[in-house]
Ligand binder design. Structure first.
Ligand SMILES: [Mg+2]
Length: 206
């Protein structure tokens, strides 16, 4: 995917994610403070505005770097900082590649997961976005013919599995055992982003 197509795809995917803000707010309110709705709304808005102002012909890495900066600056939450940092790490991973192909997209996803794990001091199993992100990347790597569909299926199952986990990071961890039974909002946000990317890529290739 080249830059112009990448920006159009991200814009449409973020429009979808913005539409899920109420769901994410409610899931986050059950486990913590409910600020994920605002983080997603303000972050998506800021990214879409910033990408709309990018000059023609910039590299895909610049798109991710711009998106990361805009998302992080839009809102002072921990999630905004983690997503911003993940996108900057993804941009560094991409380097001066002219296109975002399947292998590059996977490497970008891995770099983002690594950044979130390191900066958020979180592992798979801690009931965070990583619990959907990591298994979906594994599924994408294992299904070269239909990576996005496989990634979405794995993320959907993973989001369901977060219900059985106890929150170990962030405000949700204050709930302790009572966090069990509730669906993780961060993992759900990632699933909604993937669904948005899927819808968007179908629209773009039409
Ligand atoms: Mg929150």
């Amino acid at each position: 995917m080249r830059t112009h197509e990448l920006i159009r795809t991200i814009d449409a995917a973020l429009a979808h994610l913005e539409g899920c803000a109420d769901e994410l707010r409610d899931l986050d309110a059950a486990l913590g403070d409910g600020d994920l709705g605002i983080t997603v709304t303000s972050g998506c808005r800021a990214v879409r505005d910033a990408l709309g102002e990018l000059a023609d012909g910039v590299l895909p890495a610049q798109v991710l770097k711009t998106a990361g900066g805009a998302f992080a600056r839009a809102n002072p939450s921990t999630m905004a900082a983690l997503v911003g940092g993940a996108l900057l790490a993804a941009a560094r991973e991409l380097g001066d590649a002219a296109e975002l192909d399947r292998d590059a997209a996977l490497a970008v996803g891995r770099a983002a997961a690594e950044s979130i794990s390191t900066r958020g001091k979180a592992q798979v199993g801690d009931k965070t976005i990583l619990d959907a992100l990591v298994p979906s990347l594994d599924a994408m790597a294992a299904a070269p013919d239909a990576p996005l569909a496989s990634g979405i299926e794995a993320a959907r199952e993973a989001v369901e599995r977060t219900r059985s986990l106890q929150s170990m990071r962030g405000r949700a961890s204050w709930l302790g055992e009572r966090s069990k039974g509730l669906q993780d909002p961060g993992a759900t946000a990632y699933l909604r982003l993937l669904e948005g990317l899927d819808e968007a890529s179908k629209g773009v290739t039409k």
